[in-house]
Design a protein around this ligand. Sequence first.
Ligand SMILES: Nc1ncnc2c1ncn2[C@@H]1O[C@H](COP(=O)(O)OP(=O)(O)OP(=O)(O)O)[C@@H](O)[C@H]1O
Ligand SMILES: [Mg+2]
Length: 346
Amino acid sequence: MKSGPILSLENVVSVYGGGRSWLGRAQPEVRAVDGVTFDVQEGEALALVGESGCGKTTLAKTVLGLLRERSGNIRLDGKLVSGLTPQQARLARMTIQYVHQDPGAALDPWWTIGHTLDETLRIHAVSDRAERARRIEEMLSAVGLDSSFLRRYPHELSGGQQRRIGLARILILHPRIVILDEPTSGLDLSVQATVLGLFDELRHQFGLTYIFVSHDLSVVRRMCDRVAIMYLGRVVELGPTEPIFRAPVHSYTRALLSASPSLTPGQLDGMPSLRDDPPSPSAVPSGCGFRTRCALADRVCSAHRPALEAVVDDAANGHMAACHHWQDGLFSSADGSLAMHGVGAQ
Ligand SMILES: Nc1ncnc2c1ncn2[C@@H]1O[C@H](COP(=O)(O)OP(=O)(O)OP(=O)(O)O)[C@@H](O)[C@H]1O
Ligand SMILES: [Mg+2]
């Protein structure tokens, strides 16, 4: 059996801009991903969560190799796959595939679904026609659609069916890691439930590893084993889903979760909600990026950037946070377990 993570990121930085426009004006540099470090184990589902613009899609594109990392290391099965040109990186990372945020826009409107799926395999050098037809049929049935869909055009599909085709299109390439970017946005609740059930089923059937990008915290709680909370391109809290939802320690995570009271009934009462927009990623505050919106911030927070470190009482399960004051939100309850202010009193 293989040991070690399937995917490993170490201090990965991805930057947009920084050059000059065609008029010669200097473009501000945006560090959309700013020193991200985490491992993903084979078969797990890891969520990337955070407000719009925090760098989730940029991180996904960097992992795929569509965007070249400025610095840092990316390892696949322990093998270094960073420092390559986009073309080399995509080849080295072929076992990672991406399901687009908008599956309708990712399908060619002039091609039937059959043509799209066939072309995907041809591009990936599956030259045998019968083999292509076999793989297409197999994946169409795996995502719960019959062969009549092969003759349809994208506009003839519902949102849920487009997600299924989006999945079939990458699964025919036999990926090991699938990045799902906002996979349920725009779907009504019943279709969402069916699509989520399908993700679960396919994960087990094909032994897939998921990186799950979502704003919907209830979906994350249901689907994912671990959660990485991102703020201004950095991971500020990381850990198994239940401890993160039950006892988040970073002020940002607590504020995010308190905006979903149904997920944390009573637990986070009194937490200040998130006001204003995050600062621009081209002008990140010194020290802790969250300090300008944090009620606990002091001089230490402006002077020093907190590292992502183990939450001591919860270290064994891999719970980590990047906050100078994470302990301020915690106390030990009577039975000695870790709890948050407000939780034990309920
Ligand atoms: N091609 C680009 N050129 C310059 N800046 C970009 C580009 N794409 C994204 N950005 C900036 O990088 C930052 C991160 O963007 P990204 O799309 O990764 O965010 P996100 O977390 O996926 O947001 P959302 O939840 O809205 O999809 C944002 O400030 C965004 O404006
Ligand atoms: Mg995005």
